[in-house]
Design a protein. Structure first.
Length: 427
């Protein structure tokens, strides 16, 4: 039995739910950049340096609570954890629209990071419960597509909301859907195939056999401590830290970069901020399909990151006097930075057994959160301190170059574990 004949209805039953859930998480973390461009700093008396810190505080909360959430999801229930997270982060996001002082805003941004922290590793664990090795890059991509696709439409919608109602109503309107979706999540999701009433007994047995065969081919690892000490996990953690500097420096401050570099209003800024994410969506789908087709992960990570580094370097070289050329390179950089996500998060479940893979992905993602904090803070600070995005382009370019080198240092899964000889690969 090939992977494509293993209960194909899983894709239609699972992927839309996964996509919507992560989309809502990303909506409520990325819209702060629009509030910053729309006057929240002026209204609350926030300095440029403090604005950078507030924008980045989300990632500190996100960093500290990744691993506990992943352990709970791995050992207990993804369904319960994500339900609680949806309700809490939707509430926090909406509360951002009613803050009247800086300490309240800082507290809400930090707590928002805490309650969203477990979502990414939990969803990766969820996918690994439902999809085989030869499907996982594409499944991961449908999860992470919630990121660029959300920012794509959010950039347009937020531009209109801010223009028509102001930043406060934007936060409230964009926080409520997560609370409503929590009910849908609870009704629709089951943690594992064995619990799903819409799968036949034969389909459940076939999936279980495929998953067991994959686990049998991976070298056993006793516990998290042993897993975290493996060279691949340490290298991937450092790599994701550097990669995330570029991604979140870009995501959080792109609206401000576009608005400050042009004479456009918020609606036009929203449309221009959306275009890189359209390109990113196309690039992610192509990279994940090719990665699964060729059974190669690393070759679909580092080349894209190198292209992103070169695009940022080109924007830096152009300076602030060539806005449209610089903007075109930002579109390239955005697409290149997003393209490798599916292959990247398929690496760990192919290197480590199920008992520790979730925790390892949480550790890697938490280092990404720390890189996101550094990227969003430093990029915002450099933009404010220099009055130009040029220095931040150089910073993000350098971070991506380091991530390329670290990716090349990771031993490919094919070298780390024996090649599969089971039918699930369709060979």
């Amino acid at each position: 039995m090939t992977s494509t004949s293993l209960a194909p209805r899983r894709w239609w039953a699972i992927m839309p739910i996964v996509f919507i859930t992560y989309s809502l998480a990303y909506l409520d973390r990325a819209n702060y950049g629009f509030a910053s461009a729309a006057g929240i700093n002026r209204d609350l008396g926030i300095s440029p340096a403090l604005s950078s810190l507030i924008g980045a505080l989300f990632f500190l909360g996100y960093f500290f609570f990744q691993l506990p959430g992943a352990v709970y999801a791995e050992r207990r229930s993804v369904r319960t954890l994500v339900f609680a997270s949806l309700v809490l982060w939707g509430g926090c996001a909406a509360l951002t629209g009613v803050v009247t002082n800086i300490p309240s805003l800082m507290a809400i941004r930090f707590v928002l990071g805490v309650v969203e922290a477990a979502v990414m590793p939990a969803m990766l664990i969820f996918i690994s419960n439902w999809f085989t090795k030869s499907e996982r890059s594409r499944a991961n991509t449908f999860l992470i597509l919630g990121n660029p696709v959300t920012v794509l439409w959010m950039s347009v919608v937020s531009g209109y909301l801010v223009h028509a109602f102001g930043w406060r109503h934007m936060f409230i309107a964009e926080g409520a859907p997560a609370v409503i979706w929590a009910v849908c999540w609870w009704c629709l999701v089951r943690d594992k195939p064995a619990q799903a009433s819409w799968l036949s007994d034969e389909e459940k047995r076939a999936l279980d056999a495929a998953m067991r065969a994959e686990q049998a081919a991976i070298k056993p690892v006793r516990n998290y401590a042993e897993a975290f000490r493996t060279p691949a996990v340490m290298l991937l953690s450092a790599q994701y830290f550097c990669w995330s500097i570029g991604v979140y420096g870009f995501v959080l401050w792109l609206p401000s970069i576009v608005k400050n570099g042009s004479s456009l209003g918020m609606v036009e800024t929203g449309w221009l901020s959306a275009l890189p994410y359209l390109a990113a969506t196309i690039a992610m789908l192509a990279a994940s399909w090719a990665s699964d087709k060729l059974d190669n992960r690393r070759a679909f990570v580092w080349p894209f990151l190198l292209v992103g580094a070169l695009a940022f370097a080109g924007s830096y070289a152009l300076g602030s006097t060539h806005f449209w050329f610089s903007y075109a390179l930002l579109v390239v950089a955005g697409a290149a930075m997003y393209a490798p996500y599916g292959p990247f998060f398929a690496i760990v479940p192919e290197l480590l057994p199920k008992n520790v893979a979730g925790g390892a992905m949480a550790l890697i993602n938490s280092m990404g959160a720390l890189g996101s904090f550094v990227g969003s803070y430093v990029v915002g600070y450099l933009n404010g301190a220099t009055g130009s995005p040029a220095a931040s382009y150089a910073f993000m370019s350098a971070a991506l170059v380091v991530s390329v080198a670290l990716t090349l240092a990771v031993k490919p899964p094919r070298e780390a574990t024996p090649a599969y000889a089971t039918p699930i690969h369709g060979k």
